[in-house]
Design a protein around this ligand. Structure first.
Ligand code: KIV
Ligand code: ZN
Length: 388
């Protein structure tokens, strides 16, 4: 099995399904260029048949992007698939991603189709798509809540028709990591031609477990593609977050043993761009891309980090695109952090006694003020020189 983990970004398709996150063609193109700089393997650019605007956006991205595969979603029917292929014509590498629901609930209540009809439609869709491109991905929507025996029949059939990626969505974020990982593993074992496809995971975050479920799908299930979005943007509570899954695999390479092509230094620029474009603010304590992800406020932590960064940092802020980590001065800060900040500000205090006196005044101020800025420190030191 390959040791390469394919990163499939769906910010511009599933991410855009987040209420209020709709983007213009130009905004999507700008983000697609950043995703290319980030070196994601596949960019799902949209759903070409959904609207004229989405068609144009997928087409513009397909025409512009050279270093990532560009993909369009399509329902399992000829019209959607033909529209996707048309929008993707200019792509250096193109993928059609077709889907149909396979859970009893979706088939009966939403599609109003029998199992045999769904199976036949999936086969026909992949057969049709196969005439338009070699790179076909198939998703059984609500796959995780589907009957495994029926799901295995569908998957075996679409692989026979030429689907090269099999994506198993946890469409409603119902999965639990161990169970999802086991589900993928058992399914792969049931499908006789499973090794002719790359298996993929697509997890939603309704119970806050999209990243954990995706990683279990990789580790336990043997999936080699993860579908994810920048900042975890997506329908309802969102999708698996790209920055978290990528940094988990990179930071814990000892455990996963996998390579990802993504350039982590482009993660924060991508995160900021998506946040600014959609107006979705990033929570400060969000892993990797939150403003506090590399900020140290407690005196003990600050002292540790100033002596050796790995005492309290498992990743480098600079590696994911921040300019530096942050020592936040406040009432919990110690003398060491205060002294370091004086040096950074170019403030020279002659004696240890002067530093001690300034530190006492700093602590006094910090008791009254939640965060101390550089201007506060300069004012504090200047006050002292005036009173001397
Ligand atoms: O969540 C889902 O099931 C999807 C599919 C269309 C892949 O987004
Ligand atoms: Zn989805």
């Amino acid at each position: 099995m390959s040791d390469q983990l394919i990163i499939f970004d769906t910010t511009l398709r599933d991410g855009e399904q987040s209420p209020g996150a709709s983007m213009t063609k130009d905004e999507k193109l700008r983000i697609a260029r950043q995703l290319e700089r980030l070196k994601v393997d596949v960019i799902e650019a949209g759903f070409a048949a959904a609207s004229h605007g989405d068609f144009e956006a997928v087409k513009a991205i397909a025409d512009a992007i050279r270093d990532s595969t560009v993909c369009s979603l399509a329902r399992a029917n000829d019209r959607d698939i033909a529209r996707a292929a048309e929008a993707l014509q200019g792509a250096a590498r193109r993928r059609i991603h077709t889907f149909i629901a396979t859970s009893e609930l979706h088939m009966e209540k939403k599609l109003r189709m029998t199992r045999e009809q769904v199976l036949e439609q999936a086969i026909q869709a992949v057969r049709f798509a196969r005439n338009l491109t070699d790179d076909i991905e198939f998703s059984p929507e609500d796959g995780y809540r589907s009957d495994p025996e029926f799901l295995a029949r569908v998957v075996e059939a679409v692989i026979r028709e030429g689907a090269r990626t099999i994506n198993i969505p946890d469409t409603v974020g119902y999965a639990i990591p161990e169970l999802y990982g086991q589900f993928i593993k058992t399914l792969r074992e049931r499908v006789p031609n499973s090794d002719q496809a790359i298996w993929s995971v697509h997890c939603h975050n309704d119970l806050g477990m999209a990243v954990a479920n995706s990683l279990a799908g990789v580790k336990i299930g043997g999936a080699r593609q993860v579908e994810c979005t920048i900042n975890g943007l997506g329908e309802r509570a969102g999708n698996c977050s790209l920055e978290e899954v990528v940094m988990a695999v990179k930071t814990r390479r000892d455990y996963f043993g996998l390579e990802v092509r993504v350039d982590p230094s482009q993660i924060v620029p991508a995160s900021k761009m998506v946040s600014q474009t959609t107006g979705f603010v990033i929570q400060p304590n969000k892993a990797v891309v939150g403003a506090n992800a590399f900020a140290h406020a407690s005196g003990i932590h600050q002292d540790g980090v100033l002596k050796a960064r790995d005492t309290y940092e498992i990743m480098r802020a600079e590696d994911v695109g921040w300019s530096a980590n942050k020592i936040v001065l406040g009432k919990l800060s110690g003398r060491n952090a205060f002294k370091q900040r004086l040096q950074e500000l170019g403030v020279v205090l002659e004696s240890e006694a002067e530093i001690n006196a300034a530190f006492v005044r700093f602590k006094d101020l910090a008791d009254r003020k939640a965060e101390i800025f550089d201007e506060d420190i300069i004012a504090l030191v200047m006050d002292e020189s005036v009173t001397q």
